[in-house]
Design a protein around this ligand. Structure first.
Ligand code: NCD
Ligand code: ZN
Length: 362
């Protein structure tokens, strides 16, 4: 079975001062192993990606090291609205953090929010980490600026129901959800829909289950499944941290996810929870439309729909040698990837050198 090259619009690549967590080679290798041929990289890096100079550093690292194609988000800071808008065409979009998470990019106050919505070019995407009331705030700010907004990792019933209502009014609001918010609940037990598929799921400690937005309740998981039709993209929010960091006194939030996402969706498709077309719409067509991504000619992902397997964190391409889905009984696996006419992954190994990946904004 062949799928188009998949797109993950929410990946934390790290690199530079956090290369011990992940770098452009390991993140993009993990992407290919998960059938993803384009990743969009988040700016809560160290140093943070909030100006022309830091963007240049990450562009260089990506150009030298990436094995799949990519775009780079710029980060909204308290005082950079005008300056960052000048760089808009070098990035894939602007990321706004309205809630606290890993890194220091949380945007305080209403002034900065409005300033970014006013300054950023209308034809370039703005994406927002905006939980609960912040979902409403960011949608209003976008409306007042006469533009669209994309809501990252929607996790709660109230958020997805709000998005449904604004969509019914015809507003340009798009959204993504992550596998962990559809397959895990706050007790870190598998969600109900997946229980029969998840026998053998590892019981992990609270520290490993730390993620932003947090894992929610079964009612929230049910609401996300019930509103699948307003979910434009599946995004991993691949957020690698080492096991030592996760087991420390201050465990950072975030899960690796690139290598398990497609297999989880394929397993869910076997269980009748969604169709293959639903998956392609949210991992290819939807993100390609929202982020104006170019076509990747001669690109395809080979999957064995019937392969039964279980993720083993230590065998992943990502430097985070663990997985929230460790040991899950999955059905469906990536057996090869061809990117721009070149076979780049054979089901086990990456077949191209670092630097093969292209920046999608040229
Ligand atoms: C992300 C990270 O580690 O960079 N962590 C997370 O829990 N999702 C940050 C983020 O996306 O909020
Ligand atoms: Zn994230």
């Amino acid at each position: 079975m062949r799928l188009p090259g998949l797109i993950d619009p929410h990946v934390h690549v790290r690199d530079l001062n956090q290369s011990h967590k992940e770098d452009w080679t390991t993140a993009t290798a993990a992407a290919l192993a998960g059938g993803v041929t384009t990743i969009l990289a988040m700016p809560n890096t160290q140093p943070p990606l909030v100006d022309a100079a830091s963007l240049t550093l990450y562009e260089k690292a990506a150009k030298a090291k990436a094995v799949c194609d990519y775009g780079i988000f710029l980060g909204a800071g308290l005082h950079n609205a005008a300056a960052i808008a000048v760089e808009a065409r070098r990035g894939i979009g602007l990321k706004l953090y309205l809630d606290a998470t890993f890194g220091d990019l949380k945007l305080p106050g209403l002034d900065a929010l409005v300033a970014h919505f006013d300054a950023w070019p209308k034809d370039r995407p703005i994406v927002a980490h905006a939980e609960e009331q912040q979902t409403a705030a960011v949608i209003l700010a976008a409306q007042l600026a006469g533009r669209g907004v994309h809501i990252c990792h929607v996790a709660r019933r109230a958020e997805i129901e709000l998005i449904r209502r604004v969509r019914e009014r015809g507003l340009n609001v798009t959204c993504e959800v992550c596998p962990h918010h559809l397959f895990l609940i706050e007790s870190a037990r598998p969600a109900r829909q997946f229980e029969t598929l998840a026998r053998g799921a590892r019981a992990w400690s609270g520290a490993y289950a730390e993620v932003r937005p947090r894992l929610q309740t079964q009612a929230d998981v049910d609401a996300l499944w019930a509103n699948l039709d307003v979910i434009d993209c599946f995004a991993t929010d691949h957020a690698p941290h080492t096991m030592v960091e996760k087991e420390s006194q201050t465990p950072p939030p975030g899960f690796p996810g690139l290598e398990t996402a497609l297999p989880l969706w394929l397993t869910a498709a076997h269980a009748g929870l969604l169709s293959l077309d639903d998956i392609i719409a949210r991992m290819h067509t939807g993100p390609r439309r929202i982020f104006n991504l170019p076509e990747q000619p001669e690109t395809l992902v080979e999957v064995d729909l019937d392969a039964n397997w279980a993720p083993v964190g230590a065998r992943q391409q990502t430097r985070a040698a663990w997985s929230p889905f460790e040991g899950w009984a999955l059905r469906g696996r990536v057996t090869g990837v061809t990117l721009r006419g070149c076979r780049v992954y054979d089901g086990e190994n990456i077949l191209v050198q670092p630097g093969y990946g292209h920046n999608v904004v040229g």
